[in-house]
Design a protein around this ligand. Structure first.
Ligand SMILES: NC(=O)c1ccc[n+]([C@@H]2O[C@H](COP(=O)([O-])OP(=O)(O)OC[C@H]3O[C@@H](n4cnc5c(N)ncnc54)[C@H](O)[C@@H]3O)[C@@H](O)[C@H]2O)c1
Length: 337
């Protein structure tokens, strides 16, 4: 039987790639996206229009906060699974406009959880972020360690989602998986993220801002690897442990069918090496503007992806140089540069 997945944020970067993969794997997908103007809406419309060419894809445009519309869409589609990716994303913008994060991420996510509970879905999967590790210093970051030192409202809303998700999983026996994504990049990527900004600026002979003088490390995750991880986790449905005993290294809750899973490459890359690889791909040097660390930023993120591998047998592997080259190919083709 064809399984039905409601995916929020399908006009977004990750939602688009996930929907494409699920359709290729025979799922029926319904998208829900508010097409917010946080970045170029044309890019979102283009992603949606490509998905709409597939006979098993349908979508509604709507905000997560519009509970009447969201409920109607969810009821009509009656999904087996919900993957909730729509959110106000971005670490830096959360200093400028924190309220949109409360509205979209806290209120919006609550509305999605309510729909999932009411429709008694088999599995609710929701996006969190490596930013919840905040000021944690022991690396690589593992899901079983405490994550109580969020440094931005963005991270705080995502940590709140994890906490809300746990409560609903416990109260309603709603199997819930939260993903912690680590700096995702690839074709059709977000214009507010470093790779896009760097490529765009270098091609236009504008300087690029390199924060913390380039002494930053990120666990860059190629988008195809990330959505493969999500797809496999759909079938790894958490079960409440009967005796409350959780095997070592598993983030499963002792009192709920709830788990948090890192999806990262488990390879930390120095920002300067990342910039070198972009220059290599473009065949052009950047004008480098070295800057101090930005407020709310962290010097490094690095994922322990052991749990993902244990649950799915899969581990993201794309080398950042290959991923950057694929992004550059897409960017040049799309913008004709
Ligand atoms: N890209 C990354 O590096 C990264 C890292 C960690 C976590 N995440 C998380 O992954 C998810 C997807 O991120 P992305 O990179 O695809 O971002 P994105 O901004 O490209 O996609 C999010 C989509 O959600 C929609 N949206 C935003 N607010 C909405 C609202 N209130 N109602 C309805 N729709 C709304 C937007 O229109 C957009 O299409 C987000 O939850 C984000 O926080 C992303």
């Amino acid at each position: 039987m064809t399984r039905k997945v409601l995916v929020t944020g399908t006009a977004g970067f990750i939602g688009y790639h996930l929907a494409k993969l699920l359709l290729a794997e025979g799922f029926r997908v319904h998208g829900y996206d508010g097409m917010t103007d946080y970045y170029d809406v044309t890019l979102k419309q283009k992603r949606h229009s490509m998905l709409l060419q597939h006979p098993n894809f349908s979508a509604d445009e709507g905000m997560l906060e519009d509970v009447v519309l969201l409920d109607r869409v969810a009821d009509e589609f009656s999904p087996d699974i919900i993957v909730h990716l729509a959110a106000q994303a971005g670490v830096r913008y959360s200093l400028e406009n924190p309220r949109t994060y409360i509205d979209a991420n806290v209120v919006g996510t609550f509305n999605v959880m309510e729909a999932a509970r009411r429709l008694n879905v088999q599995h609710l999967l929701m996006a969190s972020t490596s930013s919840v590790y905040g000021a944690n210093e022991s690396m690589p970051f593992t899901e079983t360690e405490k994550a109580d030192t969020q440094l931005t409202i963005y991270a705080a809303t995502k940590k709140a989602n994890e906490s809300m998700g746990h409560a609903y999983a416990h109260l309603w026996n709603l199997p819930t998986t939260m993903f912690r994504f680590f700096t995702v990049y690839g074709p059709w990527g977000r214009p507010d993220l470093a790779l896009y900004k760097f490529v765009d600026a270098i091609l236009d002979d504008r300087p690029i801002d390199i924060y913390n003088h380039g002494d930053m490390y990120r666990d860059f995750t190629y988008v195809d690897d990330l959505v493969r991880g999500i797809r496999l986790l759909i079938d790894s449905v958490p079960e409440r442990p009967e005796d409350g005993v959780v095997p070592g290294g598993d983030s499963l809750s002792p009192v709920a069918p709830f788990r948090v899973v890192n999806i990262g490459n488990s390879d930390k890359v120095r920002l300067l090496d990342f910039v070198d690889a972009i220059e290599e791909s473009l065949g052009k040097k950047a004008i480098r503007n070295y800057m101090p660390m930005q407020m709310g930023d962290v010097p490094a993120t690095w994922a322990d992806a052991t749990l993902l591998q244990r649950l799915t047998g899969y581990r993201p592997q794309t080398d950042f140089r290959d991923g950057i080259a694929r992004f550059v190919d897409w960017f040049r083709d799309y913008y004709g540069k």
